[in-house]
Design a protein around this ligand. Structure first.
Ligand SMILES: Cc1ncc(COP(=O)(O)O)c(C=O)c1O
Length: 414
């Protein structure tokens, strides 16, 4: 190991989060990212090269250091900075209009943030401000970030050490419309869920489920918030995951890949009706870095590349190759692969035990693939490559999954 890598690990251990280093050592993956390009990421020592199937949850939808957003950002740095968030902004306004144009008609207004948690907090504030109610219903095992309201709407794993979730935050299982029916009332400000809960297990909505959620929200005057921080922006082969189920939320939340991984920027796109919360006081929600003008420039360039039919059809094509290969692997390892849940390049592979799900993370790394198991359902591996992945690279990942499952079934069983 080089001095550079040793120093990075020591500094991380002594000054960032020491237990993380211990955790990675336990998995046998002490990887310090160095060079990165396209779907690949190298260790600082250049000895390990991994195909990034984490994509940091969608941050790297366009791969690492994508050309268009990077060039746009570099150019903008010659004449622009982040801007003053209290003033009007040409860059925020133009990006807001573009996002409104790319989403269904009902979604017209945009608030920007610098992180997913922040913009989820804004969306929940929006619902509370509009309805004048406090109660929030979210999904058991759902995930929306680590800030105040977002954390409270998430799982106990992440909030129990910090005071837990207040009683006005209720949780229901995903795909269980009866549970929602029993919980929702005139007191409910918002129902929030990921269109496809990823950390909860890459769960696919049952036919009709999201429509029934929409109907219940309409019945009770409750705001429906869909979090597409991971599932949106082309990941499923459609620009927005919710399109498949023919529903339109009142608020759509985007994050992660919104700038192509070169600038932190997130957004909530919402209806004109909800905008009325600003009528009395237009400054009741602000963010110094939210929608930074430099980020808006990068985001526009990202959309130039991603929001095209050609790009989305590439995602579907690569998804189909995965689908065929994974069906073959499921046949081959019928006892070890319990389920494959997939939409486009968002894939969850469920194994019989959490031990195996966790084991896959290390075994895949040994086979050249960076992936993760679900944070709230550890028996499931998430395969989320950059959307620019090519056919030979999909085959590389399928081969790595084959080897990893083979290795684990041999070693865990015996
Ligand atoms: C579905 C979902 N929502 C919200 C967030 C929070 O985003 P951030 O980490 O930018 O705060 C995440 C982050 O992983 C996420 O996966």
């Amino acid at each position: 190991m080089s001095e550079r890598k040793k120093k990075a690990i020591e500094n991380y251990k002594n000054h960032v989060v020491r237990a993380r280093v211990r955790e990675y050592e336990r998995y046998g993956v002490v990887f310090v990212p160095g060079k990165r390009e396209g779907v690949w990421i190298w260790d600082v020592d250049n000895e390990i090269r991994l195909l990034n199937c984490r994509s940091s949850g969608g941050v790297f939808n366009l791969g690492h250091c994508p050309q268009k957003p990077t060039q746009a950002l570099k150019k903008a740095l010659e004449y622009l900075d982040i801007g003053d968030h209290m003033l009007l902004s040409e860059y925020r306004a133009n990006l807001a209009k573009r996002l409104a144009d790319l989403t269904p008609n009902a979604l017209e207004y945009v608030m920007f943030g610098a992180s997913g948690g922040e913009i989820i907090d804004f969306s929940l504030k929006l619902a509370r401000g509009y309805t004048n109610r406090k109660e929030i219903i979210s999904i058991k095992g759902g995930y929306h970030g680590h800030t105040g309201l977002a954390l409270a709407a998430g799982s106990p794993r992440f909030n129990k050490k910090f005071g837990g979730s207040p009683p006005e935050f209720k949780k229901v299982p995903f795909n269980d419309i009866e549970a929602l029916e029993k919980t929702i009332s005139e007191k409910t400000a918002a129902v929030i869920m990921e269109t496809i809960p990823v950390p909860g297990g890459v769960l696919i909505p049952k036919d009709g489920y999201l429509k029934q959620v929409r109907k219940l929200c309409d019945e009770y005057g409750t705001v429906m918030i869909l979090d597409e921080v991971q599932a949106g922006l082309g990941r499923t082969g459609r620009l927005w995951a919710f399109e498949e189920w023919n529903v339109v939320p009142d608020v759509l939340v985007l994050g992660k890949g919104l700038s192509g991984g070169v600038y932190p920027i997130t957004a909530a796109i919402y209806t004109e009706e909800l905008q009325s919360i600003f009528d009395d006081d237009p400054f009741i929600h602000m963010s110094s870095f939210g929608g930074a003008e430099l980020g808006c420039v990068a985001s526009m360039a990202m959309l130039d590349e991603l929001a095209t039919e050609e790009f989305l059809s590439h995602v579907r094509e690569m998804g189909a190759i995965f689908s065929k290969g994974l069906a073959e692997l499921k046949n081959k390892y019928d006892h070890a692969i319990v389920d494959v849940r997939q939409r486009g390049l968002l894939i969850g592979i469920e194994f019989p035990t959490e031990e195996m799900g966790r084991g896959m993370t290390g075994a895949l790394a040994m086979n050249g693939v960076l992936a993760n198991h679900c944070g709230n359902k550890e028996d499931t591996s998430i395969i989320m490559p950059p959307l620019i992945i090519q056919e030979d690279e999909v085959k590389f990942v399928l081969n790595a999954i084959d080897n990893a499952v083979n290795f684990l079934t041999t070693n865990l069983n015996g």
